[in-house]
Design a protein around this ligand. Structure first.
Ligand code: B4P
Length: 186
């Protein structure tokens, strides 16, 4: 599941994972869990996340590998917020190849910047997330997405797995757009 910050990746991944018996792997959730548990990793990553920057590639790659290797009984995985750099995408491909797996579909949610900012400011009222509370940080997250993450779409395009999906509308409408794409490959 791919898209800019606040595009609904987390919102939609949870329900898609339930419907298709997939394990939902959100690197953002995993990092926030480290922060909440006050682990050494969490303490190291907290300033980076609060500024809206990306944490180092090796940190997230190790977290994902550990989850893939410890999961059983699922039809597959839904990666939410990963890969976020071309280096992470390269590492993911190697990781999957070594395990006889592949990427079947890359769903790209398209949402304009004004709507993204509006959603994250609304979420700040309930999430307590430092990276949602400050408009300058939101702007930085969108800029980091455009500079470092958007190039990963090309990766999916070359592999023939990317599908652009309109991410504006009600949560249910977007869910059914995403399901129509999933149904084309199962
Ligand atoms: P993430 O947790 O991935 O945060 P996000 O991009 O803000 O979330 P998402 O797009 O999932 O938004 P959501 O569905 O919740 O990352 C946070 C930070 O962690 C990063 O900035 C970075 O520092 C670090 N990080 C994570 N992964 C990394 C990686 N791989 N490499 C390096 N660093 C990494 O939706 C947002 C809001 O919109 C919600 O409030 C939701 O209710 C609302 N919403 C959803 N759909 C809507 C709709 N259709 N209409 C109206 N509102 C909607």
């Amino acid at each position: 599941m791919f898209g800019p910050p606040g595009s609904g990746k987390g919102t939609q991944s949870v329900t898609l994972a339930e419907k298709y018996n997939l394990l939902h792997l959100s690197t953002g959730d995993m990092l926030r869990a480290e922060l909440a548990a006050g682990t050494e990793l969490g303490r190291k990553m907290s300033a980076i996340m609060a500024a809206g920057e990306l944490v180092p590639d090796d940190v997230v790659i190790a977290m994902i590998a550990q989850k893939i290797d410890s999961t059983t009984g699922k039809a597959g995985f839904i990666f939410d917020g990963f890969p976020r750099t071309v280096e992470q995408a390269d590492a993911l491909q190697v990781m999957l190849k070594e395990r006889g797996m592949k990427i079947d579909l890359m769903l790209v949610l398209e949402v304009n910047d004004a709507e993204l900012t509006d959603r994250m400011k609304k979420r700040a009222l309930v999430s307590g997330r430092a990276d949602d509370a400050d408009e300058a940080v939101i702007k930085n997250r969108i800029a980091v997405y455009q500079a470092k993450t958007e190039p990963v779409i090309e990766f999916g395009r070359r592999a023939g797995v990317s599908r652009m999906v309109d991410g504006v509308g009600s949560i249910d409408e977007i869910f059914s757009r995403l399901c129509s794409q999933v149904e084309t490959i199962i």
